[in-house]
Design a protein around this ligand. Structure first.
Ligand code: AMP
Length: 194
């Protein structure tokens, strides 16, 4: 089962992907986490990525696609994979489709987590205090929401028109949202056998 977790910044993609990994034993590809790791390591990729991330912009497609490609090639696609925060542009979505096709695989579902912007801003500001993420400042948060609207939101229609989209209300407690996600996935996925 190959699943993309789509949604605006702050909606809880990372939290819910973590739960799915624990619950279903799936693997996760989180481009945000991989980029933050590159920054911590002080690599060339990290230095380039930081300038975009701290401005609330997307890291260029080519760089992110390369990171994902290397990850998929080194780990191979096992039974279950979750893509957290990737793709974020139509170009990335097309690349992902091609990468998976070369492995004889295709996406099964795209979960769209939704929440209103007031809630998203609050969650990100709260996260700034708890996790100390350098891109959770009020200015960067505003910019990330604009970036989402302009560059990532078109993916909703892209995946809806392909019959892959499952919309899940991301408001409420992490437990409530997690239960909704499990209900939105087919039964074989939720028991971990899919
Ligand atoms: P996230 O942890 O998913 O919220 O990502 C944090 C930041 O990393 C984003 O605001 C972007 O600057 C960058 N980033 C993560 N994933 C991608 C992606 N798929 N394409 C471009 N930039 C990304």
């Amino acid at each position: 089962m190959l699943v993309v977790m789509l949604g605006p910044p702050g909606v809880g993609k990372g939290t819910q992907c973590g739960r799915l990994v624990t619950h279903l034993g799936w693997q996760v590809v989180s481009t945000g986490a991989m980029l933050r790791q590159a920054i911590d390591e002080g690599s060339a990729l990290g230095k380039t990525a930081a300038s975009y991330m701290n401005a609330g912009k997307l890291v260029p497609n080519q760089l992110v696609i390369q990171v994902v490609q290397e990850e998929l090639l080194s780990r191979g696609t096992g039974a279950g994979w979750l893509f957290d925060g990737f793709p974020r542009t139509i170009e990335q979505a097309e690349s992902l489709r091609r990468m998976l096709a070369t492995m004889g695989r295709e996406l099964d579902h795209v979960i769209l987590l939704t929440a209103d912007e007031v809630e998203l801003r609050q969650r990100m500001l709260q996260r700034a205090t708890i996790e100390g993420r350098s891109d959770d400042t009020p200015e960067t948060i505003a910019e990330r929401l604009v970036t989402y609207r302009q560059q990532t939101r078109p993916l909703i229609e892209f995946y809806r028109s392909r019959g892959l989209l499952r919309e899940v209300d991301g408001m409420g407690s992490p437990d409530e949202v997690f239960a909704r996600i499990l209900a939105a996935l087919p039964p074989d996925a939720a028991t971990g056998t899919g």
